[in-house]
Every structure is written in C-alpha cells, then in structure tokens.
Write a protein that binds this ligand. Structure first.
Ligand SMILES: [Zn+2]
Length: 124
C-alpha cells in the first residue's frame, strides 16, 4: 500500500440483507474479486454516474439483478465441465445434471443448480 496522507484508506462498515449479501458473494466470485473490492467498484461507479451514494448502491444492484434475471424458462443439461451456480455460487461438478435459465430481457444464460431452481420456482 502506498503511503502519503491522500492515499490513506478509510474503512466503511455497512449492513446489507442476507439476500443482498448472497448476491454480492456470487457476483464477487464470478468476477474473481473480493466482496469489498466489488462494493468499492460499485460505489465508485455510482459516484461517477450521479454523485449520490445513499441507498443507491443497494437499489442499483437490486434493479440490475431483477432486470437481468427475469427467467423465461429452464433447460436441463448435463455438464461437460465443472462450473458454479450463478445464483448461490456453489460448485456444480462435471457430469451432473443442472439447469440453464433463459432470460426474458437478455441473451445471457445463467447456470442454475437444482436447489436454486426450486427456490426460484417457489418464489414465482
Ligand atoms: Zn444454486
């Protein structure tokens, strides 16, 4: 870490819901960064965009997730490589049955483990 007064880092503690924490963990794992790094990036982005911090980070993540993850349907597949569930970030081993979620508003496809699929279906 570089020295100097202007480079001094402050620590911010914050509370998030369990649900948001899970989403952050998942996103951080996917991007291979720490949760702390992910949050810092989001906050910096938010400041760049609007100059507002309060409530925005939480809201931004939620609306982004909700928009991206409106699931149109699932297709069951047999994995030909190890991967992780895009929802809970648990490992899913090569050869096991898992689900691909097709999204309503995006060409992106998500890998969804059986437990998360059940959870999603229960919520809808
Ligand atoms: Zn899962």
């Amino acid at each position: 870490m570089e020295g100097g007064v202007n480079m001094q880092k402050k620590v911010v503690h914050t509370r998030v819901s369990g649900e948001l924490y899970d989403e952050l963990t998942k996103k951080a794992k996917k991007r291979r960064v720490t949760i702390s790094n992910l949050i810092r990036n989001i906050v910096e982005d938010s400041l760049d965009l609007s100059g507002e911090v309060f409530g925005l980070v939480d809201e931004k993540i939620r609306s982004k997730l909700n928009r991206e993850e409106a699931i149109l349907g699932y297709q069951q597949i047999t994995l030909s490589k190890d991967t992780i569930c895009d929802f809970c970030a648990n490992d899913i081993a090569k050869g096991s049955e898992t689900n691909i979620a097709f999204l309503e508003n995006s060409a992106k496809k998500l890998t969804v483990c059986n437990e998360c699929k059940k959870k999603q279906e229960a919520e809808e």
